[in-house]
Design a protein around this ligand. Structure first.
Ligand SMILES: Cc1cc2nc3c(=O)[nH]c(=O)nc-3n(C[C@H](O)[C@H](O)[C@H](O)COP(=O)(O)OP(=O)(O)OC[C@H]3O[C@@H](n4cnc5c(N)ncnc54)[C@H](O)[C@@H]3O)c2cc1C
Length: 403
């Protein structure tokens, strides 16, 4: 695989750089920098999506026929790398990354026409209702019920760990439509909730170890959803759910973000001192860890290129989605661990400082240390969400190794 840029790639990179220079405001950059995970300020997330939409760039991975820019794999790689390097927001957008591609694959023409434009424009924000208490890795055991009532379903139950539910106006979810199915996978349907503020829906916040509000528990009490909002056939939602998971696991721009984080780590290690008083980056033990991580980041970049090529040829990533999810999240955690090692005792006070949203965030130690601990804490969840890494290993053992 050739990652070297040709003349047209350099021209495209320059176009992207010029666009980012002109449109990425200081406010957006500052907020993105102070966010360990998903952009906390919904207004800014919408603002950035609308800026991208105006240019026709809000959905880098979508095909042209559905409103994407029709970029090739190299252009998407350049876009992701330049955004990461420029400090652009890279928060999760489950409309673009998950439900959009799923509607392209399994939705009706009416559903595509209804939902895709508002995802592209940033008018709709979707959240994912898959997990429940007791149904995470064993997702097929889910209990949230949708009972048939004429042209509608009536939903009762709960969803757990719902990222961004407090910032969303729409939800896609898995519900049990046949509690008596012989196999539990065969009694599940995939639904779209149009009005997430509707009566009967309650969203309770869950504050994480890092002090962030990203996840929630959602409760449904007799919530009515039209049957026209079902994606795929009744009781065939498991097929749709698995299709979406491949995009969730394989679709993120892991490589560009990892490369950017590693570059920042190198800058930090050049400014910090080892116990012997030499630059940390010149300390043989630390330099070796950085070199090993660099190799891992390169492997993720190449794997991601392969996945992007498959996606742009209309193929699903399959088991490669599990591979990239596993290696991407492990490597990201490793980079944040090296960050803590690099700044040593400056790590702790910065948790408190960086959580001081909106006010004058100061650095107790060097400025580069400010977000190291919040990022370390936030990244712990990466090996759990989207399906835990142990579960990804199980999928690979079956699908790749045939065990
Ligand atoms: C920050 C965050 C955001 C999330 N966002 C969302 C969201 O937006 N929408 C949503 O639907 N869900 C979301 N989730 C839920 C996530 O998908 C689940 O947490 C995950 O699938 C694990 O399920 P669980 O928490 O029930 O753990 P469990 O399934 O109970 O697992 C507990 C432990 O057992 C291990 N384990 C379980 N089964 C196996 C197995 N077969 N083989 C080997 N080990 C196994 C797991 O790896 C884990 O270590 C989020 C989770 C987090 C932490």
């Amino acid at each position: 695989m050739d990652l070297a840029m040709k003349a047209e790639d350099v021209a495209f990179r320059d176009e992207v750089r010029a666009f980012l220079k002109e449109n990425l405001t200081d406010e957006l950059k500052a907020h993105a920098r102070l966010t360990p995970g998903i952009l906390a300020d919904q207004d800014l997330r919408v603002e950035w999506t609308k800026i991208l939409h105006k240019k026709g760039w809000s959905a880098p991975s979508w095909p042209k026929e559905h409103g994407g820019p029709g970029w090739n794999v190299m252009q998407r790689f350049i876009w992701a790398s330049e955004c990461a390097a420029a400090g652009a927001p890279h928060g999760s957008n489950m409309g673009l990354a998950m439900v959009g591609p799923t509607l392209m694959g399994h939705g009706t023409p009416e559903q595509r026409a209804k939902y895709l434009p508002a995802i592209l424009s940033g008018d709709d924000w979707w959240c994912q209702g898959y997990s429940e208490p007791g149904s995470g890795s064993d997702l097929a055991s889910l209990q949230c019920r949708a009972d048939s009532d004429g042209d509608d379903y009536i939903i009762n139950g709960t969803k757990l760990w719902t990222t961004g539910a407090h910032q969303s106006n729409k939800m896609f979810l898995l519900v049990r439509t046949n509690p008596n199915a012989a196999k539990k996978q065969e009694g599940i349907s995939f639904l779209l909730i149009d009005d997430f503020q509707a009566k009967g829906i309650k969203v309770d916040p869950i504050i994480t170890l890092a002090g962030d509000h990203e996840v929630n528990q959602v409760f449904f009490d007799d919530v009515r959803v039209p049957k026209a909002n079902r994606v795929g056939a009744e009781n065939n939602g498991w097929t749709v759910a698995k299709y979406l998971l491949e995009f969730e696991r394989g679709g993120a721009a892991h490589g560009a973000n990892l490369r950017n984080s590693l570059n920042k780590l190198k800058v930090m290690a050049a400014a910090e001192r080892s116990d012997d008083g030499e630059k940390l980056i010149d300390d043989p033990a630390f330099a070796r860890k950085i070199a090993e991580t660099d190799v891992e980041v390169t492997a993720v970049e190449y794997t991601e290129h392969r996945i992007m090529s498959q996606l742009s040829n209309g193929q699903n990533p399959g088991a490669a989605a599990s591979m990239i999810k596993l290696r991407g999240s492990d490597t990201n955690q490793k980079i944040t661990e090296l960050g803590i090692e690099a700044i040593a005792y400056y790590a702790e006070p910065h948790v408190l400082e960086a959580r001081n949203w909106g006010s004058n965030v100061r650095s107790v130690g060097p400025d580069h240390a400010l977000m190291v601990m919040p990022k370390y804490l936030n990244t712990r969840a990466q090996t759990i969400f989207g399906g835990s890494n142990e579960v990804q290993r199980g999928i690979m053992a079956k699908a790749v190794l045939g065990l």
